[in-house]
Structures are given as C-alpha cells and as structure tokens.
Design a protein around this ligand. Structure first.
Ligand code: DGJ
Length: 583
C-alpha cells in the first residue's frame, strides 16, 4: 500500500481538503503479511520495511554498464561487502531484457540476483528503458529503428535527437509491457527471498537542450487547455502545494482554466525571477536569467503520466516500492533544458505526485553542495527521502548521518561504487593527535550498520537527533526524549573541531547512545533553578549482533573532565552515556 495513490484518488474525486497533502495526513501503511518490501509510517518518518522489519539501505550505485556482465561483477561483490554495503543499485536494461519484440531473456538478471544473494546483498533495480539521463540510448534497437511507431521529441531548432517523446502512449505501452514482464519475473524468483527491495522507473527523465518537446503532437497538446485534474491541484490545494510552484501560478493571475501558456505564463522566454532558484547572491547574478516554468510544468505532467503507466503495469505484477529520480538544477545550469526539463525536481514534485500516483517516492540525485536544503525540499508533503545517487567522497559520512538522523532517510547510495579507489579517504582532521586510518564511506557504513536497529526504532520520534556541524552551524539545542541538550563542535583545550556530525538517541530517561565524530553534548537543566544533569558514565563500544560490547571507560580528557560527552574529531565511533540528576 502506498501513500500517493490515495492522494491521487482523493484529488480526482475532489472530496478531501488541503490537509491531504500534508505530512500529518498520511495514514500508517500496513506492511505486507508475507514480508514483501513496503513503506510504513513510524511517527513522522516513513520507513522501508522488509520481512516485517525496518531496513536502512546502506547502498551504492554501480556504474551504468557494470551489471551487464556477471564476470565483471565477480571481484566487485566482495569489495562492496567489505565496505559494509547491504544493497547494490544496479541497472537492468530494456535492450537486454527484450532484445526482440515479445522475446524476453532473464538469464543475466537471474545471475545478478543469484550473485547478490551469495554475498548477502540486496538489490535496487534501475529500469533503464525509455530514458537514461534524458536520452533514449537503452531502448532495444527494434524501438530505436522505428521512429514512426515510437516517435521522438523535436527541439526548437528542428533537431530530432535520440530521445523518445513522453507524449506517445504506444511507446509507454511497449515500455510498460517489458517492465511488467520483468516485475512478474521478479515476483516468480524473489517473492520469498526479498533480495529486490525497490525499483527505480527510468533514469533522470526530461528534455535536454530545449525546455520542452516541440514535435507536432506536443505543440497540439500545448495549445489545449490544462487538464482539469491538474487545474484542481491549484485551485483546491493551493495552500499545500510547494511555494515555488504556487508562485508561478499566482504570477500569472491564479487562473482556474486556460491553455498551458495562459495558466502558467508565456511560451516565449521572458525575464522571470523565481525566488526559489538558489542562494541570495547567485539569485542576483547568474541565476537571474531567462526562465520557462510553463514548459517545465508541461513536460513534468507528460513524463509523470508516462512513468506512471510503466510503474502501474509493473506494480500489477509485483507491488514493491517504486520511485523516479531527478537530475537536479546545478549551479550554472539552472534553467529547464540545461538540466532535463520535466523530471521530478523540487518545484514540480506536486505535479509528479498527481501525475504518477503509482510511484511511492521521488528521489534526488544529490551531488550539489546544498545537501541539507535539497533534503528539506524533498521531504515536503511526506515524500520519503531516498538518495539513489550522491558523491561518496569526504562528505559522504556527514551527509549520511545528517539525512538519516534529521530527514528520516531510507537509503543512501554513492554513485560509481565499483570504482577501484573506493573508499576514498576522509578529509584530514585538525587534531594534534596522530590520525587513525580515515574511515571513508566503508567506515561510516560500518558504524551506521551497527546503530541502524536502534536508529530505526527511534526514527520519526523526538528521542533521536541527527546533525552536521561546521563554522556556519556550530551548535544546536534540542529536547531529546525529555532532556535538553546542547550539541556543538567539539572543543578541547581551545582546539575546536572544524566539522562534526552524528546521531544521538535517548534510549532511556538517563541513558543515551551516540555515534559520530567532532562534536560534544552538554546536558542542560530544563530551567536555571532546576535539578542539574551530570554525566554518570561514558563508554565507547561496538554493537555485535545487536549486543552492546563496551570498550574503554572514557573520562578525564575524553569527557573534558566531566564537562561534556565528547566525540573526538580524530575518531568515528559509538559511545554510550548515562546521566544523573543533582541539586
Ligand atoms: C547521473 C546518472 O543518473 C547516472 O546514471 C550517471 O550517468 C551519473 N549521472 C554520472 O555522473
């Protein structure tokens, strides 16, 4: 059971008010009795549940072609397992599944599943079909050869690139048939083992080098009135749609009907400053240029309808979570067409949710430095956060802890995980002590894997906090399960850490577990006259098979002589702290 279909059905019926699009309105989903991967709500979080238990994807995405050869993958599996990955995101392509129309071949796919299982690895499948990075290189040759039957987009300059148009139901149905065959096969071989957790439908869709499709059929649709169900989104739910989308609609007079251009603005490029574009400084300079929001909205509607047709066909065969991923706006490439126009970027996620109710979530390929800001934009309206692609470099650990602890992330997955130099080293610390081996992605996954059961048990409640600290965000004060805590960059004998990150969980009234690096926790009384909270004990340790095994008792410098529960910036570790109260 998924949240979006309910939204869509209710929106179409026009019976449920604006609350429906808010995070609090979603009802808890019920996990499949047979353990099939599903999404389930816990507090404010939506978690991936597999075999009845919450599952945190500590993943990595393979290079695009890696999974096309089982031999190539042989040495890779062991390397990934050694880095504590529990899931691999792997491409499964239309061209290899259906090399001739109607003839399906799952031999390679079966080998992939078998080898994943042999290494205790789960899989997220990437359905490389009609589009991959906006282009159409992955459809079988029998599709590529027949542009009459499977038409393409046309650009303003008349060029017809190798890009299928999303306005063709014939192409959508051909893609959907192949996808349904794949999902039927997944059910047949995996309904018991649940090796396959989720499926990404297509990859980074959208028109490149123009803001929209200009083919004859696209022009015809563009001249028609905006579909009523889409208009409903604006006039019935304007309070809950994302502000950047509402801004476009309001800037054009809040119309309740009309053609695309009448409702969302002129078709010709014009000066249009969207306040959401990016930070203040950039907004004033390079980001303040021409924009074509109407074209992006139009394309988002047609791509989402197409992807929905494919996802729906697949779900009819085997209902596991499905999502679409977005190539985001990048600095210097802020305008639709310089990034794929019509993909599920934040400003059009409401369009996608309405257009593609069969999808369970929309996911950012998150390489831009504004990591937290993008997480915030993607969790709006209750969208569960999954990051199928990101950078696995020095900031990966920080981003992982922040997203899991502050945005209820269900999975993290650096791209190109099979490159030989993974794990890449972490940034050097400013510690005066000799640095231990840099933890890299594998070290962060190792720690996260140990605390995952605890984190998942507390996710979505006020007994867990996740954070990333630096000179711009050096501290935070929060209530952790009833105790007020201040968390700040670590500081010992005047040497301040430059960066820190972690997760802290209140596991009992006077008992806390934390993991991370470069921060300190100070327990504060609820008010100045109240009972003080002192540190009772601090132990470092590890979880083995869920059991806490303490190591050193930390005191003296290690807890700043009792002043703070510290996580040194030259280590990445798990610690347990007890507190006591005194007058
Ligand atoms: C994003 C795409 O989704 C991936 O398949 C791959 O092409 C990467 N970009 C390369 O950086």
């Amino acid at each position: 059971m998924t949240i979006p279909p309910r939204w869509s059905a209710a929106l179409a019926a026009g019976v449920i008010g604006s609350l429906l699009l808010s995070v609090h309105a979603a009802e808890p989903t019920v996990p499949a009795a047979d353990g099939t991967p599903q999404l389930r709500r816990q507090g404010t979080a939506t978690q991936l549940v597999v075999d009845g238990k919450p599952f945190l994807i500590l993943g990595g995405e393979l290079f695009n072609s890696s999974s096309s050869s089982l031999e190539y993958m042989q040495p890779v599996w062991g390397r990934l397992a050694a880095q504590h990955l529990n899931t691999v995101l792997a491409g499964v392509s239309w061209e290899l599944i259906e090399p001739e129309e109607g003839r399906f071949d799952f031999k390679l796919f079966d080998g992939l599943v078998r080898d994943a299982r042999a290494h205790q690895m789960k899989l997220v499948l990437l359905w490389f079909a009609s589009w991959k990075n906006g282009m159409s290189s992955y459809p079988p040759v029998w599709v590529k050869r027949d542009p009459q039957r499977f038409p393409r987009v046309q650009l303003q300059n008349g060029e017809v690139p190798e890009v299928l148009t999303p306005l063709s139901t014939t192409t959508a149905d051909a893609d959907a048939r192949a996808f349904a065959a794949l999902m039927k096969h997944v059910r047949e071989i995996d309904a018991r083992d649940h090796t396959v957790l989720m499926v990404q439908v297509e990859n980074e869709v959208g028109v490149l080098n123009d803001s929209r499709d200009r083919s004859a059929r696209a022009e015809e649709e563009f001249a028609k009135p905006v579909p009523l169900e889409l208009m409903d989104l604006f006039w019935k739910h304007k309070e809950t749609i994302v502000p950047e989308l509402r801004e476009v609609w309001e800037a054009n007079g809040s119309k309740i009907s009309g053609t695309w251009a009448e409702v969302f603005g002129p078709t010709k490029p014009k000066e249009f400053v969207l306040t959401w574009d990016l930070p203040e400084e950039q907004r004033k300079t390079e980001w303040r240029k021409l924009h074509w929001p109407v074209d992006e909205i139009f394309m988002a509607w047609y791509y989402s309808r197409y992807v929905n047709r494919v996802a729906e066909a697949g779900k009819r065969e085997y209902n596991i979570p499905m999502y679409a991923n977005a190539w985001l706006q990048q600095p210097g490439c802020a305008f639709p067409g310089t990034y794929p126009s019509g993909g599920p970027v934040p400003q059009v996620t409401d369009i996608w949710r309405l257009g593609a109710p069969s999808l369970d979530l929309l996911a950012p390929d998150l390489y831009v430095p504004e990591f937290a800001e993008l997480c915030r934009r993607y969790v709006r309206a209750g969208n569960p956060l999954f990051i199928p692609e990101t950078d696995g470099g020095p900031d990966a650990g920080r981003n992982l802890f922040l997203a899991v602890g502050a945005y209820n992330l269900i999975g993290f997955s650096p791209f190109g995980i099979d490159r030989p130099e993974f794990p890449r080293p972490a940034a050097p610390s400013n510690s005066p002590f000799p640095a231990p081996p840099a933890p890299g992605l594998g070290g962060n996954y190792e720690i996260m894997a140990q605390i995952a059961p605890l984190v998942l048990a507390h996710q979505g409640t006020d007994s867990l906090v996740g954070f990333a600290l630096d000179k711009d965000h050096p501290s935070l004060v929060t209530n952790l399960g009833g105790t007020s805590v201040e968390i700040s960059l670590d500081d010992l004998f005047g040497r301040k850490a430059e960066k820190g990150y972690g997760i802290v969980v209140a596991v009992g009234p006077d008992e806390f577990v934390g993991a991370g690096t470069g921060f300190r926790v100070i327990f504060k009384p609820a008010n100045p006259g109240a009972t003080k909270v002192g540190i009772g004990t601090v132990d470092e340790g590890v979880y083995r098979d869920g059991k806490w095994i303490p190591g050193r008792r930390l005191n003296g410098d290690e807890d700043d002589q009792g002043r703070a529960w510290r996580f040194s910036s030259w280590a990445l570790q798990i610690e347990r702290c007890t507190t006591y109260r005194y007058k």
